[in-house]
Ligand binder design. Sequence first.
Ligand code: CTP
Ligand SMILES: C[C@](O)(CO)[C@H](O)COP(=O)(O)O
Length: 223
Amino acid sequence: MVSAVIVAAGKGKRMGLGFNKVFAKVKGKEIIALTIEKFYASSYVNEIVVVVSEDEVEFFKENILKRYNFNNVKIAKGGEERQFSVYNGLLACSSSDIVLIHDGARPNIKDDMIKRSIDGALKYGATTLAVPVIDTIKIVEDGFSVETLNRNKLYAIQTPQTFRYDLILKAHENAIKNGIKATDDATLVEMLGHKVKIIEGSYDNIKVTTPKDILILELLATI
Ligand SMILES: Nc1ccn([C@@H]2O[C@H](COP(=O)(O)OP(=O)(O)OP(=O)(O)O)[C@@H](O)[C@H]2O)c(=O)n1
Ligand SMILES: C[C@](O)(CO)[C@H](O)COP(=O)(O)O
Protein backbone atom coordinates (compact mmCIF):
# COMPACT_ATOMS: atom_id res chain seq x y z
CA MET A 1 0.00 0.00 0.00
CA VAL A 2 1.50 3.33 -1.08
CA SER A 3 0.07 6.58 0.30
CA ALA A 4 0.82 10.16 -0.71
CA VAL A 5 0.55 12.91 1.90
CA ILE A 6 0.30 16.30 0.19
CA VAL A 7 0.69 19.25 2.56
CA ALA A 8 -1.29 22.35 1.61
CA ALA A 9 -2.03 24.03 4.94
CA GLY A 10 0.50 26.86 4.81
CA LYS A 11 -0.18 30.59 4.73
CA GLY A 12 1.98 31.54 1.77
CA LYS A 13 3.40 34.59 3.56
CA ARG A 14 6.46 34.90 1.29
CA MET A 15 4.14 34.91 -1.73
CA GLY A 16 2.25 37.89 -0.30
CA LEU A 17 -1.04 37.24 -2.10
CA GLY A 18 -3.19 37.63 0.98
CA PHE A 19 -4.46 34.06 0.54
CA ASN A 20 -2.92 30.58 0.57
CA LYS A 21 -0.62 30.37 -2.50
CA VAL A 22 -1.68 26.78 -3.29
CA PHE A 23 -5.01 28.24 -4.49
CA ALA A 24 -3.26 30.64 -6.92
CA LYS A 25 -3.74 29.67 -10.56
CA VAL A 26 -1.11 28.77 -13.14
CA LYS A 27 -2.44 28.61 -16.71
CA GLY A 28 -5.98 28.67 -15.31
CA LYS A 29 -5.64 25.87 -12.76
CA GLU A 30 -4.97 26.05 -9.02
CA ILE A 31 -1.46 24.96 -7.96
CA ILE A 32 -2.89 22.39 -5.53
CA ALA A 33 -5.05 20.88 -8.30
CA LEU A 34 -1.97 20.62 -10.55
CA THR A 35 -0.13 18.83 -7.74
CA ILE A 36 -2.95 16.44 -6.80
CA GLU A 37 -3.55 15.45 -10.42
CA LYS A 38 0.00 14.05 -10.76
CA PHE A 39 -0.53 11.68 -7.81
CA TYR A 40 -4.14 10.96 -8.82
CA ALA A 41 -2.96 9.84 -12.26
CA SER A 42 -0.09 7.74 -10.93
CA SER A 43 -0.56 3.98 -11.04
CA TYR A 44 2.04 3.69 -8.24
CA VAL A 45 -0.07 5.54 -5.62
CA ASN A 46 -3.01 3.82 -3.86
CA GLU A 47 -4.16 6.55 -1.49
CA ILE A 48 -3.97 10.35 -1.34
CA VAL A 49 -4.25 12.42 1.85
CA VAL A 50 -4.27 16.21 1.44
CA VAL A 51 -3.55 18.28 4.54
CA VAL A 52 -5.70 21.42 4.55
CA SER A 53 -6.20 24.30 7.03
CA GLU A 54 -9.39 23.83 9.01
CA ASP A 55 -10.87 27.11 7.70
CA GLU A 56 -10.16 26.15 4.07
CA VAL A 57 -11.67 22.65 4.11
CA GLU A 58 -15.06 23.66 2.63
CA PHE A 59 -13.41 25.78 -0.08
CA PHE A 60 -11.04 22.93 -0.88
CA LYS A 61 -13.85 20.37 -1.15
CA GLU A 62 -16.00 22.56 -3.44
CA ASN A 63 -13.36 24.19 -5.61
CA ILE A 64 -10.74 21.47 -5.89
CA LEU A 65 -12.05 17.97 -5.04
CA LYS A 66 -15.54 18.37 -6.57
CA ARG A 67 -14.56 20.63 -9.45
CA TYR A 68 -11.77 18.36 -10.72
CA ASN A 69 -13.48 15.08 -9.79
CA PHE A 70 -10.76 13.96 -7.40
CA ASN A 71 -12.68 11.12 -5.76
CA ASN A 72 -11.62 9.20 -2.65
CA VAL A 73 -9.09 11.83 -1.61
CA LYS A 74 -8.80 12.04 2.18
CA ILE A 75 -8.46 15.31 4.07
CA ALA A 76 -6.39 15.81 7.22
CA LYS A 77 -6.23 18.92 9.38
CA GLY A 78 -3.32 21.36 9.04
CA GLY A 79 -0.89 22.07 11.88
CA GLU A 80 0.80 25.28 13.03
CA GLU A 81 3.99 24.35 11.14
CA ARG A 82 4.68 22.14 8.12
CA GLN A 83 6.09 19.40 10.34
CA PHE A 84 2.83 19.13 12.30
CA SER A 85 0.76 19.17 9.11
CA VAL A 86 2.80 16.22 7.86
CA TYR A 87 2.28 14.36 11.14
CA ASN A 88 -1.51 14.84 10.91
CA GLY A 89 -1.37 13.56 7.34
CA LEU A 90 0.58 10.48 8.42
CA LEU A 91 -2.04 9.69 11.08
CA ALA A 92 -4.75 9.81 8.40
CA CYS A 93 -3.06 7.18 6.20
CA SER A 94 -4.56 3.70 6.25
CA SER A 95 -2.14 0.82 6.90
CA SER A 96 0.48 2.16 4.50
CA ASP A 97 3.77 0.41 3.76
CA ILE A 98 5.31 3.38 1.93
CA VAL A 99 4.40 7.05 2.15
CA LEU A 100 5.39 9.87 -0.19
CA ILE A 101 5.36 13.28 1.51
CA HIS A 102 5.01 16.12 -0.96
CA ASP A 103 4.58 19.90 -0.87
CA GLY A 104 1.23 20.99 -2.31
CA ALA A 105 3.15 24.00 -3.63
CA ARG A 106 5.39 21.80 -5.84
CA PRO A 107 3.19 21.02 -8.85
CA ASN A 108 5.84 20.05 -11.40
CA ILE A 109 6.38 16.54 -10.07
CA LYS A 110 6.62 13.78 -12.71
CA ASP A 111 5.54 10.15 -12.53
CA ASP A 112 9.08 8.80 -12.98
CA MET A 113 10.15 10.73 -9.85
CA ILE A 114 7.26 9.17 -7.93
CA LYS A 115 8.27 5.70 -9.12
CA ARG A 116 11.99 6.15 -8.39
CA SER A 117 11.15 7.55 -4.93
CA ILE A 118 9.00 4.51 -4.07
CA ASP A 119 11.62 2.06 -5.40
CA GLY A 120 14.26 3.85 -3.31
CA ALA A 121 12.13 3.76 -0.16
CA LEU A 122 11.51 0.04 -0.60
CA LYS A 123 15.26 -0.52 -0.87
CA TYR A 124 16.66 2.03 1.63
CA GLY A 125 13.70 2.90 3.89
CA ALA A 126 14.11 6.66 3.37
CA THR A 127 14.66 8.83 0.30
CA THR A 128 14.48 12.43 -0.78
CA LEU A 129 14.59 14.01 -4.22
CA ALA A 130 17.42 16.50 -4.57
CA VAL A 131 19.51 18.33 -7.15
CA PRO A 132 23.16 19.46 -6.94
CA VAL A 133 23.41 23.16 -6.04
CA ILE A 134 24.46 25.39 -8.91
CA ASP A 135 25.80 28.39 -6.97
CA THR A 136 28.95 28.61 -4.89
CA ILE A 137 27.76 28.64 -1.27
CA LYS A 138 29.62 30.57 1.46
CA ILE A 139 29.08 30.85 5.19
CA VAL A 140 28.81 34.52 6.08
CA GLU A 141 29.26 36.02 9.55
CA ASP A 142 28.89 39.75 10.31
CA GLY A 143 28.84 40.53 6.59
CA PHE A 144 32.11 38.68 5.79
CA SER A 145 32.59 35.33 4.13
CA VAL A 146 34.18 32.93 6.63
CA GLU A 147 34.03 29.66 4.72
CA THR A 148 33.37 28.36 1.21
CA LEU A 149 31.63 25.00 1.22
CA ASN A 150 32.62 22.14 -1.07
CA ARG A 151 29.95 22.37 -3.76
CA ASN A 152 30.39 18.74 -4.76
CA LYS A 153 28.74 17.76 -1.49
CA LEU A 154 25.85 20.24 -1.56
CA TYR A 155 22.36 19.33 -2.73
CA ALA A 156 19.12 21.35 -2.80
CA ILE A 157 16.42 19.21 -1.23
CA GLN A 158 13.03 18.73 -2.86
CA THR A 159 9.94 16.62 -2.33
CA PRO A 160 8.62 13.96 -2.51
CA GLN A 161 10.46 12.58 0.47
CA THR A 162 9.48 8.94 0.64
CA PHE A 163 9.73 6.53 3.54
CA ARG A 164 8.73 3.22 4.99
CA TYR A 165 5.63 4.24 6.93
CA ASP A 166 6.76 2.80 10.27
CA LEU A 167 10.10 4.63 10.02
CA ILE A 168 8.69 8.09 9.28
CA LEU A 169 6.00 7.73 11.96
CA LYS A 170 8.71 6.81 14.49
CA ALA A 171 10.82 9.79 13.34
CA HIS A 172 7.92 12.22 13.84
CA GLU A 173 7.04 10.75 17.23
CA ASN A 174 10.69 11.01 18.30
CA ALA A 175 10.69 14.67 17.15
CA ILE A 176 7.56 15.45 19.19
CA LYS A 177 8.98 13.72 22.27
CA ASN A 178 12.33 15.53 22.06
CA GLY A 179 11.13 18.91 20.79
CA ILE A 180 12.98 18.54 17.47
CA LYS A 181 11.87 20.87 14.66
CA ALA A 182 12.97 20.62 11.04
CA THR A 183 11.95 22.13 7.73
CA ASP A 184 11.84 18.71 6.06
CA ASP A 185 10.98 15.15 7.05
CA ALA A 186 14.27 13.57 6.01
CA THR A 187 16.00 15.49 8.81
CA LEU A 188 13.75 13.79 11.37
CA VAL A 189 14.77 10.37 10.00
CA GLU A 190 18.46 11.39 10.07
CA MET A 191 17.93 12.21 13.78
CA LEU A 192 17.11 8.53 14.35
CA GLY A 193 20.50 7.63 12.84
CA HIS A 194 18.91 6.25 9.66
CA LYS A 195 20.49 7.19 6.32
CA VAL A 196 18.40 8.97 3.70
CA LYS A 197 19.10 8.01 0.08
CA ILE A 198 19.32 10.88 -2.41
CA ILE A 199 17.19 10.35 -5.53
CA GLU A 200 17.83 12.58 -8.55
CA GLY A 201 15.20 15.32 -8.74
CA SER A 202 14.78 18.03 -11.36
CA TYR A 203 15.54 21.75 -11.48
CA ASP A 204 11.98 22.11 -12.82
CA ASN A 205 10.48 20.57 -9.66
CA ILE A 206 10.26 23.98 -8.03
CA LYS A 207 8.34 24.93 -4.90
CA VAL A 208 6.20 28.01 -5.40
CA THR A 209 7.52 30.30 -2.69
CA THR A 210 7.72 33.86 -4.08
CA PRO A 211 5.80 35.57 -6.94
CA LYS A 212 8.51 34.92 -9.53
CA ASP A 213 7.93 31.17 -9.11
CA ILE A 214 4.46 31.51 -10.70
CA LEU A 215 6.09 33.10 -13.76
CA ILE A 216 8.68 30.29 -13.89
CA LEU A 217 5.93 27.65 -13.75
CA GLU A 218 3.99 29.36 -16.52
CA LEU A 219 7.12 29.45 -18.64
CA LEU A 220 7.91 25.79 -17.89
CA ALA A 221 4.37 24.84 -18.95
CA THR A 222 4.99 26.30 -22.40
CA ILE A 223 8.26 24.50 -23.17
N1 CTP B 1 1.70 24.84 8.66
C1 CTP B 1 1.98 24.46 7.42
C2 CTP B 1 2.99 25.13 6.67
C3 CTP B 1 3.23 24.72 5.36
N2 CTP B 1 2.50 23.71 4.82
C4 CTP B 1 2.73 23.31 3.42
O1 CTP B 1 4.07 22.95 3.23
C5 CTP B 1 4.49 23.24 1.90
C6 CTP B 1 5.84 23.96 1.89
O2 CTP B 1 5.80 25.05 2.76
P1 CTP B 1 6.09 26.58 2.40
O3 CTP B 1 6.55 26.74 1.03
O4 CTP B 1 6.88 27.16 3.50
O5 CTP B 1 4.58 27.15 2.41
P2 CTP B 1 3.94 28.27 3.30
O6 CTP B 1 4.14 27.95 4.74
O7 CTP B 1 2.55 28.41 2.81
O8 CTP B 1 4.78 29.56 2.88
P3 CTP B 1 5.37 30.72 3.80
O9 CTP B 1 6.44 30.09 4.65
O10 CTP B 1 5.89 31.72 2.83
O11 CTP B 1 4.22 31.25 4.63
C7 CTP B 1 3.37 24.08 1.26
O12 CTP B 1 2.70 23.29 0.31
C8 CTP B 1 2.49 24.45 2.43
O13 CTP B 1 1.10 24.56 2.10
C9 CTP B 1 1.52 23.06 5.58
O14 CTP B 1 0.86 22.14 5.09
N3 CTP B 1 1.29 23.46 6.87
C1 LIG C 1 10.48 20.26 2.36
C2 LIG C 1 11.10 21.34 1.52
O1 LIG C 1 10.29 21.65 0.42
C3 LIG C 1 12.43 20.85 0.98
O2 LIG C 1 13.00 21.83 0.17
C4 LIG C 1 11.31 22.60 2.33
O3 LIG C 1 12.21 22.34 3.35
C5 LIG C 1 10.02 23.19 2.85
O4 LIG C 1 10.24 24.23 3.75
P1 LIG C 1 10.42 25.79 3.37
O5 LIG C 1 10.37 26.47 4.70
O6 LIG C 1 9.29 26.20 2.50
O7 LIG C 1 11.71 25.94 2.67
